[in-house]
Design a binder for this molecule. Structure first.
Ligand SMILES: [Zn+2]
Length: 384
């Protein structure tokens, strides 16, 4: 019985294509695939209006009984076990070609015939794609980085998967420091056979890049290090197992704590407005000595601790927000790179690090860090 084609007259000249059963899964498969493509091209050329275009698309791409579906049933599913992988690859190639061909076909031009089968019709208006926007966390990181770039710092980056040596040992963490525990750090599995300092982990801070850079570059250096870090923290409104830091390091022969204070005070004014004040409190980090936590006067309530009659939540009514950790580089850290010119008796330096996500939360008044990483376009669009 002659089947009726759903297309216009010229198509009646074409034999109706139907998926054939394969006799073997190599030569016959290749020939059948070629035949299939040729049939599809021929049909595409004869599509002359929107109705036919729809029928053509359904015939080839229809989910239930489209030709691609039939190919799946007849060729792939029936293939013997040992040929399945090879057939799968062939069928996928064929499907991709057919799909491109069908989706690239447009209904008739002025002569009432299909204007293209190759996928490009230059007479059609283009497909409008939204440009997208910087993610609020990346935007914040870029802003911080650019403040330091203007001071002459260059950007340094390093691997997210680190060794114990760079993440802990060379940064003066003692062997049994709690940060080295699996409760705090995410370790890569299957490392037990390696010596402890070579074992891999997800870096818990961007500080390993300080060591890596000092190994490569002799002093003086001024670097700013943006990057992703991981800690074994269950996700909640203020914690995420993955977050971002921006860290900085300056080393020269004559760096003092005054340089640290002046640099960071300038940076905070550049980031949060010229009226913010900074305030340092003593703290402890294994890789700096002395160490400090730096606070800025609350840029939300202006330091009053109140927003009208309401208490200011971001600064917990104190008027100060803790923004970063910093300190003078511990001479023990320089010892690990002293062969490259970092003799602790000759050079000194300061380092600082801040959480970019936390700053983004404060800056944009977001109250849940999870919102940054859930990929909800409705949330992210607000920052575009
Ligand atoms: Zn406040």
């Amino acid at each position: 019985m002659q089947m009726r084609l759903p297309y216009s007259v010229p198509l009646f000249d074409l034999p109706m294509y139907s998926v054939s059963k394969l006799t073997d899964y190599s030569a016959a498969l290749a020939a059948a695939a070629e035949e299939c493509i040729r049939a599809c091209e021929a049909e595409a050329r004869s599509v002359s209006d929107e109705t036919e275009l729809k029928l053509f698309r359904d015939r080839w791409l229809g989910r239930k009984s489209g030709i691609l579906t039939q190919i799946n049933e007849l060729w792939l599913k029936d293939a013997p076990k040992d040929a399945k992988r090879e057939v799968g690859i062939r069928v996928n190639e064929l499907k991709a070609r057919i799909q491109k061909l069908v989706e690239g076909t447009r209904a008739g031009g002025t002569d009432g015939r299909a204007t293209t089968v190759a996928g490009v019709d230059i007479t059609l208006p283009g497909i409008r794609r939204s440009i997208g926007a910087e993610h609020p966390v990346l935007k914040t990181m870029n802003e911080i980085v650019s403040v330091f770039q203007k001071l002459g710092y260059s950007v340094a980056k390093g691997p997210v998967v680190e060794t114990d040596y760079y993440n802990f040992e060379a940064l003066n963490f003692p062997p049994n420091h709690p940060a080295r525990d699996t409760q705090d750090t995410l370790f890569i599995a299957g490392q037990a056979a390696k010596p402890p300092r070579e074992r891999l982990l997800l870096r818990t801070h961007t500080s390993p890049v300080q060591i890596r850079t000092m190994e490569k570059m002799r002093p003086p250096i001024r670097i700013v290090i943006p990057g992703q870090v991981h800690r074994n923290d269950p996700p909640d409104a203020s914690h995420s197992p993955m977050f971002h830091q921006v860290e900085g390091l300056a080393v020269d022969t004559d760096i003092t704590f005054s340089d640290l204070k002046g640099t960071l005070d300038h940076a905070m004014k550049a980031l949060f407005g010229s009226s913010v004040k900074t305030h340092f409190r003593p703290s402890f980090f294994p890789f700096t000595e002395p160490s400090a936590e730096m606070f800025v006067s609350c840029f939300i309530c202006g330091g009053s601790g109140k927003r009208g009659a309401e208490p200011c939540r971001p600064c917990k009514q104190t008027g100060w927000i803790e923004i970063l950790g910093c300190g003078m580089v511990d001479p023990n850290v320089f010892d690990f790179v002293k062969d490259n010119g970092y003799d602790p008796r000759r050079v000194s330096g300061f380092a600082f690090g801040m959480g970019a996500d936390r700053i983004a939360l404060l800056k944009y008044g977001v109250d849940d860090i999870q919102l940054f990483f859930q990929g909800d376009v409705r949330f992210l669009q607000q920052f575009a």
